[in-house]
Design a protein around this ligand. Structure first.
Ligand code: MG
Length: 97
């Protein structure tokens, strides 16, 4: 728990230094990098898991900053639950996708 609190403080220090626009651009950059790392998994089997983990971490860090700064934690959490409920409902009904 202490490490999570420390990470949260570090995330917000970085966010306060760079601001919303910069961190939105950073999110786009990190999403591209995660997309590339994901693509590598298809072509290089699982040799690229370290990079995949690193890029997930980068994306999670920026997303955590933005959720906190824009006070979206609750909305995102509720959306995640709703999406999983909908998907599980589709699975139960035998609907693909
Ligand atoms: Mg990255």
């Amino acid at each position: 728990m202490k490490r999570e609190k420390q990470l949260e403080e570090k995330l917000m220090k970085v966010y306060c230094k760079y601001g919303l626009v910069h961190q939105l651009e950073k999110l786009q950059e990190e999403l591209r990098e995660l997309d590339e790392a994901t693509e590598q998994l298809f072509t290089s089997s699982y040799d690229c898991l370290d990079r995949f983990a690193e890029e997930i971490g980068d994306v999670e860090n920026v997303i955590a900053q933005l959720k906190n700064a824009l006070k979206l934690n609750e909305a995102v959490f509720e959306s995640r639950i709703a999406k999983m409920d909908r998907q599980l409902d589709r699975i139960a009904k035998g609907i693909e996708k």
